[in-house]
Design a protein. Structure first.
Length: 286
């Protein structure tokens, strides 16, 4: 845990009326520091959505089949390597909070999905590490419980910092030019009422990036973008009018991913109840 964190002005625990009011002010006053002060909020920004008709940034068509095959292999490997607690911190409230910050900061769409996955990976590994640390200590049960409660409290109090850190790392991965600086993260956290100094923010970035093994999780949006690029090219080559509807398809992909990220637990539960044979097939393969 960071020791360079300054004391918060309001120590109300999460879930209280004070914290709810603070969060409401946060979402009302949070703005993208990269936007000029004299720019009207209603003015449309230059579109950051992918242009599926443009060849810029796309690999040559002869490599498309290889890219799709590699993507399919990567997905299969991730499915085989998944563990029971893989997405324990992909909770609706955490995901909604992360998405809301990204939207209020007017960040590109791909940032919020990667940020949510980074946050989940970090918190999962941090919790497992703390649990292992407590188990190795020669304490009695009561002292272990007290230490665990203290660690849980510290971990919960630092969640706003970890969310902004995950977003900061995600912005650097997707667009370093438009990434959030440490100073911007400090200012954003001050708005939410949990002030941290510069050293704490930079230490948090290093700690999160190190704990996730300097490895950025793959975003499902990348697969959607690749599939839509191939589909648009194929439809356009055949002279079909549906090729011009790629923007509508893209927006639907974003909506579906938003729903899946926020409600993935409920979706999986319903899916398993409707398709119980999938579990039987998985057990047979094992």
């Amino acid at each position: 845990m960071s020791n360079s964190r300054s004391q918060p002005r309001n120590s109300s625990p999460p879930g209280t009326l004070a914290s709810a009011s603070r969060n409401k002010r946060f979402f009302q006053t949070l703005h993208n520091p990269n936007i000029k002060q004299n720019e009207r909020e209603s003015n449309p920004l230059v579109s950051r959505e992918p242009d599926f008709f443009s060849p810029e940034g796309a690999c040559h068509k002869i490599y498309w089949s290889d890219c799709i095959a590699q993507m399919a292999m990567d997905i299969l490997e991730r499915q085989k390597a998944v563990t029971a607690c893989e997405f324990d911190f992909l909770k609706p409230k955490l995901v909604e909070y992360t998405f809301t910050v990204c939207v209020r900061l007017r960040l590109p769409n791909e940032v919020r999905f990667t940020a949510a996955l980074i946050l989940n990976m970090y918190l999962t590994r941090q919790l497992c590490g703390l649990h292992e640390f407590i188990g190795q200590q020669a304490f009695d049960v009561q002292k272990k419980n007290r230490e665990w409660d203290r660690m849980e409290t510290n971990m919960e109090r630092q969640i706003p910092l970890r969310i902004l850190t995950a977003i900061q790392i995600s912005t650097k991965i997707h667009s370093y030019h438009d990434s959030l600086s440490s100073r911007q993260v400090v200012n954003t956290l001050r708005v939410v009422g949990v002030p941290y100094n510069m050293s704490a923010v930079m230490e948090s970035e290093q700690r999160v990036f190190k704990l996730i093994g300097h490895s950025i999780p793959d975003s499902p949006l990348e697969a959607c973008e690749m599939a839509l690029k191939v589909l648009t090219y194929t439809l356009n080559k055949r002279g079909m009018e549906e090729a011009s509807r790629h923007d509508d398809l893209w927006q639907h992909c974003l909506i579906v991913l938003d729903v899946c990220f926020i409600n993935h637990i409920e979706l999986y539960d319903r899916f398993i109840r409707k398709c119980p044979f999938i579990l039987k097939e998985g057990d047979e393969k094992r």
